[in-house]
Design a protein around this ligand. Sequence first.
Ligand code: NDP
Ligand code: OXD
Length: 314
Amino acid sequence: MALLFHATGWPRHVWLAELARLAPGLDVRTQERMGNLDEIEFALVWKPPAGLLEACTNLKLIISAGAGVDHLLALPGLPDVPISRVADPDLTCRMGEYVLQQALMHLRRQPELCACQKRREWGSHLAPPKAAEVTCGVMGLGVLGTHAARMLKGAGFDVAGWARSRKRIRGVRCYAGAEDLEAFLAQTDILVCLLPLTDATRGILSLPLLRRLKGNGALGGPVLINAGRGQLQRDADILAALEEGALKAASLDVFETEPLPQDSPLWDHPGVIVTPHISAISSPRAIVAYALRQIALVQAGKKAENLVDKRRGY
Ligand code: NDP
Ligand code: OXD
C-alpha cells in the first residue's frame, strides 16, 4: 500500500517531514516519484493537477487536505472513489478565531480608528456599540459555521444562522432554505459567509443579496465577512455595494482570483480588510494525523469520516 501526497502551493517538505514523523514506515509517493501506480491506494491532496488522481487506478480513498472539496469535484476524470474532507478541531478553531477577530474589528470600529491614528486625529466620536446590539448572520451552519456562530454568541453578539436544512444551535436563531433567506438577511448587520462552493452557491454574495441586509443597524451599515470561497462573491459587486452604501465594510479572506491581482481596487479600498486565504490554514501536523486515521479506518474495513456527498457538492 502507498499514499500519494500532492499539495499545490503548500510547502511540500513540511508535509513530507510530518508524514515521515507520524508514519515512518509509510510508502509515500509524489508526482515526481509515482512508482508502481497499482500500489497507490490512498491520496492526500490539495488542488492536484488534472490527470494525477486519474492515473491511480487502485485508489480506495481520496483525502482532501482542506475542508473544501471544490478543488477536487471540478477535476475532469476524478476517480469514482470516496472523498474524505477535513473536519478537524485544529482547523475549526482557527476559523472561529478569524471570524470572531473580524467581527470584533468591525464592532469596535478598528479600521476607522486606525485611519484616525494615521492622520494623528483623536477619534473619540467613533464610540462603538456593544456586541448585543449587533446581529451576526452566519451563512453555512456546517462544521465551521456552527463553531463560529457559537464563538460569536459567546462574545455577546446576537446571532442568527442560515443553512440548507434547519439546525438547532443553542442561542442561535436558525433559518433554512430559500424561503427563509429574506428574513435572515433583513436582520443581519454582519454577514459571515462559510458556505462551500457548489453549483447552488456560486455567486450567491451578489449585489442584490447584499442590498437585502439590515440597513439601519448599530454599525451604521452592513458588513460582510467572507471566508468561504472567492467564487461565492463577485469582487465587482462587493465594490459596487461599498460604493452605494449597501455595505459599510468587508473582511475578505477569499477572492475570485487568488492571489488577489495587483491592480484590484479591493487592495486599497478604505472599507476592506484583505487577508490572503489564511483564515483557517491546514496545519500539517493536524491534517496528517487526520489522514492517517482515515487510512487506518479504511484498512480496518470501516468507512472514512466526513465523506463528501458528490451530488450535493460538499
Ligand atoms: P460543511 O460541509 O460542514 O458545511 C457547509 C454548510 O453550508 C452546511 O450547513 C450546509 O447546509 C450549508 N450549505 C451548503 N449549500 C447550501 C445552500 N445551497 N444553501 C444554504 N446552505 C448551504 O463545511 P465546513 O463548515 O467544514 O466548511 C465550509 C467551507 O469553508 C468549505 O467548503 C470551504 O469552502 C471554506 N473554508 C475556507 C477556509 C479558508 O481558509 N478560507 C478554510 C476552510 C474551509 P446543510 O447543513 O443543511 O447541509
Ligand atoms: C480549506 C481551505 O478548504 O483552506 O480548507 O480553503
